[in-house]
Design a binder for this molecule. Sequence first.
Ligand SMILES: [Zn+2]
Length: 370
Amino acid sequence: MDVKSIQIEKEHFSELRDKTSHNSEVAALYDKLLQETGDTAFFNRAASIRVCSQWWDTLYFRIQQVKDIQRVNLCKDKFCRNCQSMLAIKRQAKFSPILDGLQPRYEICHVVFTVPNVFGDELLPTLDKMYKNFKHLTRFLSGNAHIRGIDFLPYGYAGGLRALEVTQNLYDKRFHPHFHVMLLLKKGIDFERKFINSFSFDEWVLVRKFSEFEILLQKIWYLLMNGIPVTKEKIIQLKEGYSVTLDKAAKGEYHEVFKYACKGAFKEDGSLLDEETFPMLFFALHSRRMIQGYGVLHNYKDDSLEILEEDLTQNYDSIVAKLKAFEEPIFHIESLEEILGDKTCSYISKSNLKRLMIERKRQEGEGVKG
Ligand SMILES: [Zn+2]
């Protein structure tokens, strides 16, 4: 490995500029919250999101024309498109190989749990209920809680990965909160779809039939969300639950759970919610855990990532050692605009090498398969 093979493409930096281009709008929304609440935490948020990705610490090798990036200020704000898409990529890098590794043993199903759309002031309590009730639902699946007369054992549930997504209808401003879940079920389980209900239609066209398991999940989800005790009788009596769909996921097709929670709240051009709905979404998502593992995916530790980390440090250190053998670098701070204007230097960073190594590893994995 040498500097040329690991240098960061200039497109990466121009992408950062695009993805942070609306951060000043978000900062203005935080400024407004600061005025309204007097909570200085909003001052810090505004300041932080304004300068996200703007300043870079580098070690500058002047003769060799290489800049080794040491750190960059990232805001990690839930409403920063840049930080959130980075987080989505990180999650995907972490969980995709785990799910791929579990697929020979389990059927991995993509399940979407939906509730009726809500207005902004109902969003927070609705999310609270969804979080609590989803956990309850996994306890039925795992056998830690029982519904007399209903046996979940044949489904062979082993765990799941749950992510929240909130989208917004831009016309009536209502929010559409839903969970994307990767559910691990018994390998080879077959779901015959033969039931039709109101969720089967899209503008009066039949688009989908449901399996018995989907109907069961729909009804349990409805009963839980409405605070009705979940019994076999109530399930039979209930005509229709809330929308739940289940589809088998192919290898590597898990991206739905890695998307970030409020992606749907951004418009196509990346601009954000209006002043009225932003605080509602902010407080509803505040300090909420976006991705959660259950069963075998609870606190899952991936050893291969540790090995990757060791390789990464070794590879990177040896590249930097070669540069240092030639000259001592100087500490240098520059702005994103300066980086974009620099036509001569190669930029390298440990995190970019990590990204390349993960990509290479994935390609190798796919090569073995093909
Ligand atoms: Zn950011």
